[in-house]
Each structure stands twice: as structure tokens, then as C-alpha cells.
Design a protein around this ligand. Structure first.
Ligand code: PLP
Length: 356
């Protein structure tokens, strides 16, 4: 039973069905097809505004290409030190921006601290010897499972505006965040001051489709060229568009995220009362970062529960639920944790009883 990530899944049936439909017949290549045009309309409707949307196949490409239109090559992009663009994209943002530097910002709970953001936004501005702070990027849901409230996003945007930085949002789990906050996609993005959004679908039911959504039309001018140059202008673009079209139709995005979030809440409710589990961070969407004893971690792994640990502060692990997480798997995890904790309490050889 796998709680390692929300990309351990396949795709939603609705998306596979849409792919089969799009697979039939012919359509013009490189996005010159009806489905691709339809997706831009759907996104405009969802976000209640005019926008430019470009599909790519990975979140790293979405982020890196998004940033490439937001900063010059001599720019600095401010982001939380845990952020995917800083830690997990193998320098792709630097590569696609032609050399702009990702500059880490501090802040509790995986969210940028406004004071530190303002300090780094002012550092070097106008000094010919230094990188020019040009953009900031925030991640929603954050890399440690917390959420920026809409007001917090607006406060980040205020700092950005006063220092003339563009604001990007890495929304790999955008749908999970919208559902968790109970707001609208517009409220959590452009209305709060986000100018470019990486709108993820892969982790929430697509096979591999993400949209870069550009709310500020001026920033969209060069994107098409950058996407082609970056190898993400798919010749059979309709097969990406079909995924996104199905994801946006009948609010599949919402339905899937509701399920993922509900499974995380169920898991949390089951393990939070146990003495072995602490929750050092706030959460609320589909990722939990509890802290537990190493012996219990190992015992759960030995029983077949897969999840990541060792990357965060000592003892902290990551449990992620997805659009198709089986409630029985969640309950099995809870039951195992309860049983192992009891056996650990009964026996000085912690958690060893009954474990193969
Ligand atoms: C917050 C966040 N952003 C971006 C990505 C990038 O996605 P991909 O692996 O498709 O490049 C991930 C993937 O784990 C992620 O967690």
C-alpha cells in the first residue's frame, strides 16, 4: 500500500476515456486543433477571466518555462527553500531562464516569510554587480503540506508589487488547495495577485498534462517560442488537450481533489490520537508530514506500507493520498499503526512483536 506520492497512481477513467475518443480520427498538429482551443476556453471559464494557456507534459517544464517569461537571465527568483524549483528540478529553472538564480527565502511551515522576502527582494536591485530580483514563486499546496490562505497570497503579492517582482505560483496541487480552502480558482490566483500559474493535473488524475496559465497577457508573447525551444510543443497536442479537457469537464478536478483530501483527513483522524505520532506542521490538503519513531517507521514499511522519510527533519515522514486512494488502504495503515503502537507499549523490543 503506497502513500509515497500522488503520482504513484495511473489516470482517472474519465481521462483515459477522453484519450480514446481523441485518439480516433485526425486532427491538426501542434495545438492547431479544436480540443486545444476548447481547453483555453474552459480555463478562461474556470478562472473567470481572459488568459493565455499552454500545455506541457511535466510540472518541472511548466515551472521552468513559466519562470522564463518572468525574469531576465540576470534575474533572481525568490522562493521558499523547500520549493520544488529550488530543490527538485535539477537546475531546469536556471536552464530555461538562461541563468537566472533561484534564491531561497526562509519561513515557517513551507511558506515564505514576508520580511525575508522583502529583504531579498531589495537586495542588489539597481546594482550592476548583482543579480536583479525579478520574480517570486510560491507553491500551493506547499512542499510540506501546508496552505497559503488567500490573504497570505495577497500579502506576498503586495511585497512583490512594491519591489516590482512578478509572482508565480507552482500549483502542482492547485485543485487540492482550492478544495481545502473552499475558495475559487480565481480567488487563489489572479485575484490575489498571481501573474503566472503552473496548473497541475498529473498528480490529480491526468496521465501527464499541466497548463501554464498566464494572466498578464504581456508575459505571454514569447511563451510559444520558449515552449517549442524547450521541447514541449507536442505535435500530437490534442492528446494532452484531451486529458485537460476531461480534467476540467464536470469538475473532475474538484471531485478528484475532494477524494484525495478526504482520504488524508481520514488518515490523520486515525493516527493523530496515537502517542507515537506528532504533527509538527499544519496541513489540510492531501499530504501529511507526521513525525514518528524510527522503529515504528520501519515496522510499517515491513508490513508493506510505502512512504518517504529521511528527507525532512529527523523522524518526519510524508504520507500522500491521491484521487483514487482506497479507503481500505487508509484504514489498514491506521489499524497497523494502532496495533504496532500497542505491541510497542507492551514490549521493550519496540514493535518487533508479530512483524515478519
Ligand atoms: C510542488 C511540485 N511542483 C512541481 C512538481 C514537478 O512535477 P514533475 O515531476 O512532473 O516535473 C512536483 C512533482 O513532484 C511537485 O511536487
Amino acid at each position: 500500500m503506497n502513500f509515497a506520492s500522488d503520482n504513484i497512481t495511473g489516470a482517472s477513467d474519465e481521462i483515459l476515456d477522453a484519450l480514446l475518443r481523441a485518439n480516433a480520427g485526425h486532427a491538426m498538429p501542434y495545438g492547431n486543433d479544436d480540443l486545444t482551443a476548447r481547453v483555453e476556453e474552459q480555463l478562461s471559464e474556470l478562472f473567470e477571466t481572459e488568459l493565455s494557456a499552454f500545455l506541457v507534459a511535466t510540472g518541472s517544464a511548466a515551472n521552468s518555462l513559466a519562470l522564463s517569461v518572468m525574469t531576465p537571465s540576470y534575474g533572481a527568483v525568490l522562493c521558499h527553500w523547500t520549493s520544488h524549483i529550488f530543490e527538485d528540478e535539477c537546475g531546469a529553472p536556471e536552464f530555461f531562464t538562461g541563468g537566472a538564480r533561484m534564491v531561497p527565502v526562509d519561513g515557517p511551515d513551507g511558506k515564505v516569510d514576508l520580511q525575508d522576502l522583502a529583504i531579498k527582494a531589495a537586495r542588489g536591485a539597481g546594482d550592476v554587480h548583482m543579480l536583479q530580483p525579478s520574480a517570486a514563486s510560491i507553491t500551493q499546496v506547499t512542499e510540506i503540506g501546508s496552505l497559503y490562505t488567500v490573504n497570505e497570497i495577497a500579502a506576498v503579492a503586495d511585497v512583490c508589487r512594491s519591489h516590482k517582482l512578478k509572482l508565480h505560483m507552482d500549483g502542482a496541487r492547485f485543485a487540492n488547495a482550492v478544495v481545502a480552502l473552499g475558495c475559487t480558482p480565481a480567488e487563489m490566483s489572479w485575484k490575489a495577485g498571481v501573474e503566472v500559474l503552473s496548473f497541475g493535473a498529473t498528480k490529480n488524475g491526468a496521465l501527464g498534462a499541466e497548463a501554464v496559465i498566464i494572466f498578464d497577457k504581456d508575459l505571454a508573447d514569447t511563451f510559444a517560442f520558449r515552449r517549442k525551444r524547450g521541447g514541449h510543443l507536442f505535435s500530437k497536442m490534442r492528446l494532452l488537450s484531451a486529458q485537460m479537457e476531461a480534467y476540467l469537464s464536470d469538475e473532475l478536478w474538484r471531485y478528484n481533489a475532494e477524494h484525495a483530501n478526504a482520504m488524508a483527513a481520514r488518515l490523520r483522524d486515525g493516527i493523530a490520537p496515537l502517542a507515537s505520532f506528532e504533527f509538527p506542521y499544519t496541513d489540510g490538503a492531501n499530504m501529511l508530514f507526521p513525525k514518528l519513531p524510527a522503529t515504528l517507521h520501519q515496522a510499517l514499511n515491513d508490513e508493506g506500507f510505502i512512504f518517504y522519510g529521511g528527507r525532512w527533519e529527523e523522524g518526519v515522514v510524508r504520507l500522500v493520498t491521491a484521487f483514487n486512494t482506497d479507503a481500505n488502504h487508509v484504514d489498514a495503515f491506521i489499524n497497523a499503526a494502532v496495533r504496532l503502537e500497542r505491541s510497542g507499549n507492551d514490549s521493550p523490543s519496540l514493535y518487533s512483536a508479530g512483524i515478519s
